[in-house]
Structure formats: C-alpha cells, structure tokens
Design a protein around this ligand. Structure first.
Ligand code: NAD
Length: 470
C-alpha cells in the first residue's frame, strides 16, 4: 500500500532533527524563559478562541460553544497560569540526606532538568485540551515538543498547526498532521519521552514501538470507569450529576461514567430520578446545541449496534427522551439506560464512549466491590455515599487511576491533581507537579565535600576498610 503520509513523515523527521539540535544547543531554559513559553501558549489559545470553536463544530457536527470554551480554551489557560505560578517551586533542587559518617560534608541533590524532545500523540475527543494541556507541563519542565493530532479531527488539527506555527519556533514546538502512517512513524522516533492518549489497543502498539528505542512512555488510556452508588445515595441530585457527566461531550470522554452499580432495590428510584431529570432539565437534549455529535458514522453505528444487541437479548432499554431518534445528519442519539445487561454484551465488554448507561444491580456492597475489582483497573471510579466513611471504605477496597467521592469526572478538571491510569487504563501522570515530574529528568547529583571515607571503597582495601567491616 502506498504511504499516503510521505510529506508529513518527511516534515516530522525534519522538525525532530531541528528540535534535537536546538535542545543540545540550549539545554536548560531558565525559569523566566519557561514562564515566557507558557505566556506564549496562553496568548496563542486565547487569540485562537473563535477558530478553536469553529474547528470543533466542523469535526463534531455539533459542539456546544460553552463547553468548547470551558474544556478546550479555559482549561488550557488555567493550567498554564497554574504552572507559571508554581514552576519555581517545582523546579527547585531537592537536597537529599547524606550520612556524614560516610560522606563527610558532601551534598546530594535531585536536580529536575528537561528530558529533551517529547512527542505527543493526541486522540480526537479533546483535540486542544489533550495536545496543549500536557504541553503546559512539558514547557514548564523546559522541553521541546512535537504534537500529532488525530486523523479524525482534521479541522482541529489544522487550526492547532497554524496556531502553534504562529506562536512558537518550529525547533521549539511544532504540529504534524497526517494519517495512520504518520502515527506509526511517530512512534518509531527516538523521543526523549513519548505521551500517547487513546485506546488501550493502540497503546500496546505504541508501547511496543517505543520499547524498541527504549523511549519512556506515558500512556493515557481508557476503559470502563464505574459509578458505585451506596443505598443511602440514590437522590435526584446524585442521579442528575451522573447523567450530567455522561452527557458531557455525549459520553465521548475518557473519564465518562461508563456504567453504574446500583443496589437492586433502588434501581426503580434511580430510573425515576433519571427520567425526571431529563424531562425537566434537559428536554429535547439530543437535538439541542448542548449535545455534541458522535465523532464519526462508524462510532455512531457502533453505539446503535450496542443498543440493538441489548434489545435483541431481551434487556430493558430506557430511552430518556420522549420522541428522540437517531439523527444521522448530526450523528446524535438519545441518552439511554440499559438495565442489567448480561456480561457478554459489547456494552459490558467495551468502553462505551457514547450516550448509553448500563445499570447493573447489586445485592451487597461486597458484591459490587468484587465486581469492580474483578475487571480491568479503571481510569476512574466514582463513589456516591452519604456517609463519608462508607465512601472512604469503598476507596480503600478498590483500585483505579483516579477517583471522586460524590462527583463524576471532577478530578480531571483540577490543574493541581495528577491525572492518569493504572494497568489497562494507562501509566504515568500529567497535570501540575506530577506532569512536571513526568516530563523531567530527576538528575541525582553528588558534590564531594571533606572528611569522607571514600578511600575505603577503592582498592587496595587496606586497614580502613577492615575497620569499617568490623
Ligand atoms: P484516535 O483514534 O484518535 O487515536 C488516538 C491517536 O492514536 C491518534 O492520534 C491516532 O492518529 C493515533 N494512532 C492511530 N493508530 C495508530 C497506530 N497504529 N500507532 C500509533 N498511533 C496511532 O482515538 P481513540 O483511540 O479512538 O481515542 C479514544 C480512546 O482514548 C478511549 O479509549 C478513551 O478513553 C481514551 N482517552 C484517554 C484519555 C486519558 O487521558 N486517559 C483521554 C482521552 C481519551
């Protein structure tokens, strides 16, 4: 098959060589320089605000303006401001203990320095936030970066390319756009660090390719993030919040609520609250400007197929809108609940990534916890309980990349809170100091002083070594 990305791959190699050379020429930018880079990023994003919103609309068919502002513009700006305020503290050398009886007056410090040139492979669901958000910490740590947006968001990729080219030198930050051939070539470069955000299946490919070059990777993957409701938490407010989080980007968010574990006796109450919320607060939701389009026909078909399979297996599917149908023109469909689907259905096996919420009933908290622990480790876990101790007990008995108590997805919006997965949902962190550390080389530096016992360690092993050994 001919390589359709030849020009893009050539551009990638050129930019990579230029960045590598520039990094060696100017290894460690000062804190003031890094603040300048963060300010440039803030200017870039704010001046491109209208173009960003337009591009999101073009790629998603419908994309709520307010959400574009919040999640793809403001989130990058606040993250960059937070980094600019804190980078001096993050970058400060850390003194480590040295035993004076062995090392005398020597000093040992961890000096966090930039790693060099970092690659960032970005998915389609948050094209600006997931390219520019991690770039904040890459720049704060003094690195250079090449960003590769998804082929599913060509309009966003083009705006990103122009915006970065206008505000950064190509040997500092650049964007390459293309298809899967470019994506594969991207993974084979000798990055100083590689960030991949996307599905676990491709994450495996990326990790394998990176391993060939011993490139360290951060994998921000997905999976099925559960909500676990305790029996004391089946309230209208909590159900509204769960549905609200599911409706964000029409379910196309890595930390979306994938499925809900609800006490068996409370399922009718959950459904009643869900219907009331949608009818009273979100009537006509899936036809409104608040409901984002599904990214592609293929993904829409996948979701429609999940519901058809559930129906064909006799599951109760509750459509939370009176008259909504699948709208192929804008790739939208109504939000639906599926009650107690069997485990072998696609919607219980795959990450849903769309407006379908399976409700799985449980008879005891132990059973619900065992269910969560019996599956792949999720990117997030959401616990709803009135009694804080119950919520803490559930967290103490489960594993996930991140978690919220009495909220869904909020942890992803806190710039200071390290964000990432564990196991199948990923490895490594970004956001705040955790991102800064992820993209830094923690260089351990020893500075010799006076009065140490070094002679004892080097041959010939004479009297001093014997004295120490005794
Ligand atoms: P996608 O199809 O856009 O792919 C992601 C990136 O991988 C793209 O840039 C694409 O070009 C690239 N790619 C495709 N094939 C490749 C290959 N063979 N080698 C290297 N790169 C390749 O996005 P997706 O995978 O559909 O994204 C959705 C997934 O991402 C979901 O599982 C979601 O949960 C996850 N996600 C995770 C996070 C997080 O922060 N953990 C955030 C957003 C999305």
């Amino acid at each position: 098959m001919p390589n359709t990305d030849e020009a893009a791959i050539a551009q990638l190699h050129e930019a990579f060589a230029a960045q590598k050379a520039a990094f060696v020429r100017c290894l460690y930018p000062s804190i003031d320089e890094r603040r300048g880079h963060l300010a440039a990023l803030i200017r870039a994003v704010t001046s491109y605000r209208a173009r960003i919103k337009e591009a999101l609309r073009a790629d998603f068919a419908v994309h709520p303006e307010a959400f574009s502002d919040l999640a793809e513009v403001l989130s990058v700006v606040t993250r960059a401001m937070y980094a600019a305020e804190n980078v001096t503290v993050w970058a400060a050398d850390e003194e480590r203990f040295t035993d004076p009886s062995i090392f005398g007056s020597a000093r040992a410090t961890i000096r966090r320095r930039p790693k060099g040139v970092i690659g960032n492979i970005v998915p389609w669901n948050f094209p600006f936030e997931l390219s520019l958000g991690p770039l904040v910490e890459m720049l704060a740590a003094g690195n250079r970066a090449i960003l590769k947006p998804s082929e599913y968001t060509p309009a966003c990729g083009e705006v990103l390319r122009e915006m970065i080219a206008e505000n950064f030198a190509p040997d500092h930050v650049t964007v390459v756009v293309g298809g899967v051939d470019l994506a594969r070539a991207f993974c084979n470069m000798r990055w100083d660090h590689l960030l991949y955000t996307g599905s676990p299946a491709i994450g495996r490919e990326v990790a394998k390719a990176a391993a060939q070059n011993l490139v360290p990777v951060t994998l921000e993957l997905g999976g099925k993030s559960p909500v676990l409701l305790h029996e004391d938490a089946i309230t209208a407010e909590n159900v509204a919040q769960i549905l609200g989080a599911k409706a964000i980007k029409n379910g196309q968010m890595c930390i979306s609520t994938d499925y809900c574990l609800v006490p068996r006796a409370s399922v009718p109450d959950f459904v009643r609250h869900a219907r009331a919320h949608m009818l009273e607060r979100m009537p006509g939701y899936s036809r409104s400007e608040d409901c984002a389009g599904i990214i592609s026909e293929r993904h829409l078909d996948r979701l429609v197929g999940m519901l058809a399979e559930a129906r064909s297996r006799g599951c109760e599917v509750i459509t939370l809108e009176n008259d909504a149908q699948v709208d192929r023109a804008t790739r939208r469909m109504p939000l639906s609940l599926v009650l107690d689907p069997p485990e072998d259905l696609a919607l219980m096996q795959e990450e849903i990534f769309g407006p379908i919420l399976p409700i799985k009933s449980y008879d005891s908290l132990d059973e619900a916890i065992a269910y969560v622990n019996g599956r792949e480790r999720p990117l997030a876990l959401y616990v709803f309980a009135n009694d804080e101790q119950v919520a803490e007990d559930i967290l103490a008995r489960t594993i996930s990349g991140g978690a919220c108590i009495n909220a869904c997805a909020a942890h992803g919006a806190v710039p200071s809170l390290g964000f990432g997965g564990i196991g199948e949902s990923g490895t490594g962190r970004h956001h705040g100091i955790d991102g800064f550390r992820e993209f830094s080389n923690p260089r351990g530096v020893f500075v010799r002083g006076k009065g140490d016992l070094f002679d004892a360690f080097t041959p010939p092993y004479g009297e001093m070594a014997n004295t120490i050994a005794d």
